[in-house]
Design a protein around this ligand. Structure first.
Ligand SMILES: [Zn+2]
Length: 149
């Protein structure tokens, strides 16, 4: 039995200055700040992940990651977005929630066979474990319950 939480390092880009920061997701409640600009690294909401960042932020994460593949013009994506925001808020410290704009990340979208959006994929140890396609909030909830123990 241990009394300390396991370290859960993740690499995320600062939304203010674009610097990549390695932070411990397990200590998200301590409000980590960017090593470059000192502004907060906000982990209680989805982080935007570009094509360049995907390998490092999603596949290189020690923590489970939920990725919302979306596009700005997609109506169902806008319906799913509040659920994704809530998942990020409710699971802060346990789950990294990321958003990938499929228009700006066509290679990543192709690699994961994203045929319709929104597609939400859970990654554990850098590998896909489950996905939800379309507006499926109940299925999402069930996925969260299974993935975030
Ligand atoms: Zn910064």
């Amino acid at each position: 039995m241990t009394v300390t939480e396991a370290e859960s390092p993740v690499t995320v880009r600062c939304m203010f200055c674009d610097t990549m920061n390695r932070v411990d997701l397990a200590r998200a409640a301590d409000r980590p700040t960017c090593g470059e600009c000192g502004k907060p690294i906000l982990l209680d909401r989805p982080v935007k992940v570009s094509e360049d960042d995907f390998a490092k932020t999603v596949e290189g994460s020690d923590a489970p990651v939920l990725v919302d593949f979306y596009a700005d013009w997609c109506g169902p994506c806008r319906m799913v977005a509040p659920f994704v925001d809530e998942i990020a808020r409710a699971n802060v410290g346990k789950l990294l929630v990321a958003k990938v704009d499929t228009d700006k990340a066509p290679n990543v979208a192709m690699r994961f066979g994203i045929r319709s959006i929104p597609t939400i994929i859970f990654f554990k140890d850098g590998k896909e474990v489950e996905r939800s396609v379309g507006f499926e909030p109940q299925r999402l909830e069930a996925l969260i319950a299974r993935v975030v123990a």
